[in-house]
Design a protein around this ligand. Structure first.
Ligand code: ANZ
Ligand code: ZN
Length: 819
């Protein structure tokens, strides 16, 4: 095997490091390019194929941009706090701090073996005090601005991870980490007020160069709907409550109202006779997940409170029920039920024999079957009859506004971000509770609030830090009296919500970052990572950027201008890699055999970057052979060049051969530049393969032009360099160059070289292709006809037949009609 393996890798990695080849010049403001890959969790001790697929091709992209004159910043670090590291520690019995730092060391080594242009001098590790000090600072700033607050609320609880979860971490009713069914718990917790930014988070999505699917997932998650809040008075009482509806047009069709079982008025509205049933129902529904409760197919259940409400539009009296299909946390926690025009209300009314009143008909006045959930024309709606539903909605809200019984209202699905975690391995929340002074933020000068090392961290539902006397007991920063520290730690997504800012000024000891500095380096121009963070990390980071902007710490609106999700590399069996299935691919073994470049190039050539696919050993073998072939070809080329120099004579090739070589050279320059830019690495590498073939063919010619040959391999190596950095650097060096190829200018293609002098013509007989021939592109119709009929295959096929007609389509096709 050729010697482009680990030895060459290490040689160049060392030289690049010593020469600081990839150092980012932060004094230059021109053509800065911040390329960022999602940093990894150091939970398992190994870098896997997925990391490689994220980092390798992105690095190639960044190298290409560098050669195009960009000043590239490509930092790397570790998302080191959080459940994965803690669970790993629990499994192995090693303290999370020790195992994490050890894993980081291993992963750093592996990452370095990739030979990526990472700016290691800007590394961040989120579990180290010099980082989490500033995560705590961020918390304090949000607190100062009223964007961090504490409240008692029913929260998602994972009984297996023994901690609360943010809404975003509950997927289809189960914990996104361990798939355990999530339950509800009433707890006092810290929240970040991300809902303050709901509108902007939604509206600004349109400006971003992000995958459409990710944008639409975020849009849906934020879930803005326009509707109305309508107030119903309780009959024989001075109480009232509001419902949120997107269909105010149906107000005349309300036949009952429903409160969520957790609604604060339920107890007051429940009459003595109904109390037992209501209590029993509340008990049962508290055990259900939101997903179960919202399921359309679920049999409807509920109980009557005994009280009635008054419809503000027509004074009609309707019963007040409770049911679990109404969620406490959405809208106002109660709905006006319109069984004629809403499926769930229809099912409920049918089951409990409640009246169903049609208020919408088709535009052509044919009464559609109920429930009818589309738009149409109003009827049974008094003075609003005959209005379209769209007009009716507006008119009815206007009517309600007159006596303040209703108003337009925007509503969001997005909830505030719950950031407290009852776990050990996270940044302590910098808050102190004092009997006298209440909630007291830790002053900035006392940061970091250090995470103590000696803590019993096996999860049991209580915050591990609460069991550490030394940590918990402190003095109040305000009055100096005895006080207690907050025992919860921060959701690890808080750590990762701002790491891309810290990279730009990672050594700053006086501040999280210098505003002037980061305004120069940020926003991130290209962000690459998995799609699984659409509604978590990517949303949180956008929120934090906007919040810091509003505090004047930065001057940009969005953290990540352009986003790409790499696909998933599957095991050879086409299934997701997992240790239990035994189908994982360990990059290290392959790198030992093939070197980092072949591994990286296979990932780029074997898969669509955003698609991924199943690993194949044959695939990497064939890329290995390709690199072998390049090496042999370049060696042969160098031989030719040096013998020419020896006898100091420049041999000339024929025009046609040079033209042919030039054609493939410029086709490759164009293709690699355009496809590489779009991260279409597989087709970019295919262009390099064609180019290699052309080079190889040219070298078979008896006479060669060494000037042309030299120019050509210089371009070839430049085009290859982003994809096989060590190998290309070595070959560049063998050509006698002493400085790095990555300081070279990217070649530009010459459009005139792309015009081929010959064109390929397909020859058909009675419409079926029989042969293909190359003819000069300026050959006239007669000439093409002649050349076609002289072709051997055509001669054989037409022998003894009558040629009725010959149709020539210039530049493409000849059709011979025979009988
Ligand atoms: C009356 C009505 C009539 C409704 C009709 C729909 C159709 P989106 O679009 O998702 O915002 N709703 C409001 N609060 C709810 C809660 N806490 N739990 C369950 N359902 C709730 O949905 C808004 C609609 O969902 C509202 O409009 C309300 O039902 C229901 F023919 O009000 B509608
Ligand atoms: Zn105090």
């Amino acid at each position: 095997m050729a010697n482009y393996g680990t030895k060459i890798d290490q040689k160049w990695q060392k030289i690049w490091e010593e020469n600081k080849t990839y150092k980012f010049d932060d004094t230059k403001s021109d053509k800065k390019l911040y390329t960022l890959e999602m940093f990894s969790y150091p939970s398992g001790a190994q870098l896997h194929a997925g990391h490689w697929f994220n980092y390798g091709p992105t690095d190639s992209w960044a190298r290409l941009k560098r050669m195009q004159g960009y000043n590239v910043f490509q930092p790397m670090g570790f998302d080191a706090f959080g459940l994965p590291a803690e669970n790993y520690a629990i499994k192995t019995g090693i303290h999370p701090h020790d195992s994490t730092l050890k894993n980081i060391e291993t992963m750093e080594k592996q990452l370095k073996s990739m030979g990526a242009m990472f700016n290691w001098e800007s590394e961040v590790v989120t579990c180290l005090p010099d980082y989490y000090k500033w995560t705590q600072w961020l918390f304090l700033k949000l607190y100062e601005k009223g964007l961090a607050y504490r409240k008692k609320a029913p929260v998602n609880w994972c009984p297996s991870c023994n901690t609360v979860l943010a809404n975003e971490q509950v997927v289809d009713g189960v914990c996104e980490r361990c798939s355990t069914e999530v339950t509800k718990k009433e707890l006092t917790q810290w929240f970040f007020k991300i809902t303050d930014y709901a509108d902007e988070l939604l509206d600004k999505l349109d400006d971003l160069d992000w995958p459409e699917k990710t944008k639409s997932m975020q849009k849906h998650w934020i879930g803005r709907s326009y509707g109305a809040e309508v107030t119903f008075k309780v009959k024989d009482s001075d109480l009232d409550f509001s419902v949120f509806t997107t269909r105010a047009d149906t107000l005349n069709g309300v036949t009952y109202v429903v409160l969520a079982p957790e609604h604060e008025l339920v107890d007051t509205l429940t009459l003595t006779d109904n109390r037992d049933a209501v209590e029993a129902y509340k008990e049962v529904s508290s055990k259900q997940s939101e997903i179960e409760r919202q399921s359309l197919s679920k049999e409807k259940s509920g109980v009557f409170t005994g009280s009635y409400a008054i419809n503000p539009i027509n004074g009609k009296v309707v019963p007040i029920w409770i049911s679990d299909y109404v969620l406490a946390t959405y809208g106002t926690g109660c709905v006006m039920a319109v069984p004629a025009h809403d499926e769930r209300d229809f099912a409920f009314a049918t089951k409990f024999n409640l009246p169903i009143e049609r208020v919408i008909t088709n535009k052509d006045n044919t009464d559609p079957e109920l429930p009818y959930c589309e738009y149409g024309v109003l009827l049974n709606s008094g003075k609003f009859d005959n209005l379209t539903t769209e007009e009716g909605k507006i008119k009815i809200i206007e009517e309600l506004e007159k006596d303040n019984s209703g108003a337009m209202k925007k509503n969001f699905r997005l909830r505030d971000w719950l950031v407290s975690r009852q776990r050990y391995w996270g940044a302590p929340i910098p808050i102190v509770y004092c009997d006298k002074c209440g909630i007291v933020p830790v002053p900035e000068k006392d940061l970091p609030v250090k995470l103590p090392y000696d803590v019993e961290f096996t999860p049991d539902g209580k915050s591990p830090l609460s069991k550490s006397e030394d940590f918990i007991n402190t003095t109040c920063p305000h009055c100096g009296g005895p006080a207690q520290r907050e025992a919860d730690t921060l959701d690890t997504f808080v750590c990762s919500s701002w790491y891309y800012l810290r990279y730009a000024d990672s050594k700053n000891e006086d501040a999280p970052f210098d505003t002037e500095k980061i305004n120069k380096i940020l926003p991130v121009d290209k962000y690459v990572g998995g799609p699984e963070h659409a509604c978590m990390h990517l949303l949180y980071a956008r929120f934090i950027t906007k919040a810091l902007r509003d505090m004047d710490y930065l001057n940009f609106d969005e953290p990540f201008l352009s986003l790409t999700h790499q696909g998933l590399i599957l095991g050879p069996d086409g299934l997701k890699m997992s240790k239990s299935k035994g189908n994982t691919i360990s990059p290290d073994d392959y790198i030992k055999d093939y070197g980092a470049d072949v591994f990286r190039m296979y990932l780029m050539f074997g898969f669509g970057y955003t698609e991924g696919g199943a690993w194949s050993d044959d695939g990497i073998k064939s890329v290995g052979k390709f690199v072998d072939r390049i090496e042999r070809t370049l060696e042969a080329a160098r031989d030719v060049i040096s013998t020419c120099h020896d006898d100091s004579s420049i041999k000339a090739t024929t025009d046609a051969q040079e033209k042919e070589l030039n054609f493939w050279r410029h086709t490759a320059i164009k293709g690699v530049s355009e496809d590489g830019e779009k991260m279409q690495f597989n087709t970019a590498i295919a262009r390099l393969m064609e180019f290699t073939n052309a080079l190889h063919k040219y070298l078979q010619e008896p006479i060669k032009n060494s000037v042309v040959l030299t120019e050509t391999i210089v371009d070839f190596l430049k085009l290859l360099a982003p994809f096989a950095p060590h190998f290309a650097e070595e070959q560049w060096n063998l050509l006698g160059n002493t400085s790095t190829i990555f300081n070279e200018k990217w070649p530009e293609f010459n459009p005139s070289a792309l015009i081929k002098d010959e064109v390929e013509i397909a020859i058909q007989i009675n419409g079926k292709i029989k042969a293909k021939i190359d003819v000069p592109s300026n050959l006239d119709e007669e000439g093409i006809k002649k050349a076609s009929l002289e072709n051997e295959t055509i001669k054989e096929n037409t022998e003894g037949k009558t040629i009725v007609k010959v149709i020539v389509i210039k530049g493409r096709l000849v059709n011979i009609v025979i009988k």
